[in-house]
Ligand binder design. Structure first.
Ligand SMILES: [Zn+2]
Length: 139
């Protein structure tokens, strides 16, 4: 899915260069109040009348995950999965940082701590690999 695919489903589209306005499909929109912008990884839609993005996408037969360019590339990395990945990434980065800080400032690490850090580093590497792989699918 890219911005053009979204715009094709909307009416009264005006704008250019990654920023458009269109009639919001989710409410009785007399003057275009739906902003459509191209972000790095997705199409951003925003209704100035206050519609939820999920209502807007549903009204044109899409779901939120369709707004991500990556889905078009045949990726199986859904938004939910990406969010889970990012959460684990954050947690593991935190664990590794804490362990690093103990080693640097307090005392030598125990075997368990060293193993925990290796595990964390492996998880981070794996997730960063998965996230990176998906973004290069676009090329
Ligand atoms: Zn609306």
């Amino acid at each position: 899915m890219n911005a053009q695919d979204v715009l094709d489903r909307l009416e009264q589209v005006t704008g250019s260069n990654g920023k458009w306005m269109a009639r919001c499909p989710a409410h009785q929109d007399k003057s275009p109040s739906l902003a459509v912008n191209e972000a790095d990884d997705r199409v951003l839609v925003h209704c100035f009348a206050g519609c939820e993005t999920t209502d807007v996408t549903a009204a044109i037969g899409l779901d939120l995950a369709d707004l991500f360019y990556k889905k078009l590339a045949g990726s199986d990395l859904t938004e939910g999965k990406r969010r889970r990945y990012e959460k684990v990434l954050k947690d593991e980065s935190f664990h590794v940082a804490v362990i690093n800080s103990v080693e640097r400032n307090e005392r030598p690490l125990t075997t368990a701590e060293r193993e925990r850090r290796i595990l964390g580093q492996q998880r981070i590497k794996k997730i960063e690999g998965a996230l990176h792989e998906k973004s290069s699918d676009n090329n």
